[in-house]
Write a protein that binds this ligand. Structure first.
Ligand code: HEC
Length: 208
């Protein structure tokens, strides 16, 4: 009986310690991180696009968290600098992701700003990247015999549009691409702030 109590209280202590280290301390450190100075709030269209991103499970294959140079070659892959808490100030819920079946998308807006490429790639990834295992999302598009006024018509590589028809982006696809284009965390963060001149008063860390 005595050893059972020891075992249980030991387990509770371990649970308490790990909850503090993994949940409570990180929360205290970053829960009120202000937006990074270069970060723009999402527009309404971008927020709608973010919902489309969530609804279609993009985050099951794509992360949004380039890691530091010391931890992974993400910068060498062209995915940008390591993100900081302030880069996610407008992300609720955040879409960090845990899987990288496809590339990290935190800076896809810098890497691939072309709306036509993004739309076409969503319609048929294999039209742009032969052998891609990314699913196609044809339900975000309409096929029509003829485009109407105001339609955004896809300029697909030859052979990928249905014969005699045009492929037109639905509003969900346009919003999703606006969201992808907004994924740009390429502005400088900590090192540039230190180089920008004297630290604001009261920031003791910078004065020491
Ligand atoms: C089953 C996994 C999977 C899912 C789900 C998925 N992707 Fe992908 N994605 C990939 C792979 C693999 C690649 C790399 C090959 C390619 O470019 O097609 C990729 C590439 C991309 C790229 C180009 C990245 C670059 O660096 O060139 C974008 C943009 C993208 N995906 C967006 C999306 C969006 C938006 C969704 C949701 C609508 C989505 N993906 C869903 C696997 C996936």
């Amino acid at each position: 009986m005595k050893s059972e109590i020891k075992l249980l209280s030991g387990a509770m202590v371990m649970l308490g310690l790990s909850t503090s280290a993994l949940v409570v301390l990180p929360y205290l450190q970053v829960h009120d991180a202000p937006p990074s100075p270069g970060l723009k709030p999402y527009t309404r269209a971008e927020l709608r696009g973010r919902e489309v991103y969530i609804a279609n499970g993009c985050l099951y294959c794509h992360s949004q968290q380039p890691r530091a140079r010391a931890m992974a070659p993400d910068a060498a892959r062209g995915w940008g600098r390591a993100t900081v808490a302030g880069d996610y100030a407008y992300d609720a819920p955040h879409l960090l992701g845990t899987m990288r079946t496809g590339p990290d998308l935190m800076n896809i807006g810098v890497r691939q700003p072309s709306a036509q490429w993004q739309l076409g790639h969503l319609y048929q990834p294999r039209a742009y990247v032969p052998g891609s295992i990314m699913p196609s999302y044809p339900f975000l598009f309409d096929t029509k015999a003829q485009a109407e006024a105001g339609d955004v018509v896809l300029q697909l590589p030859p052979g990928h549009a249905p014969a005699g028809q045009v492929v037109v982006a639905r509003p969900e696809a346009l919003d999703l691409v606006k969201y992808l284009q907004s994924l740009d965390r390429s502005y400088p963060v900590l090192p540039a702030r230190a180089a920008a001149g004297p630290a604001p008063q009261g920031d003791r860390r910078a004065v020491q």
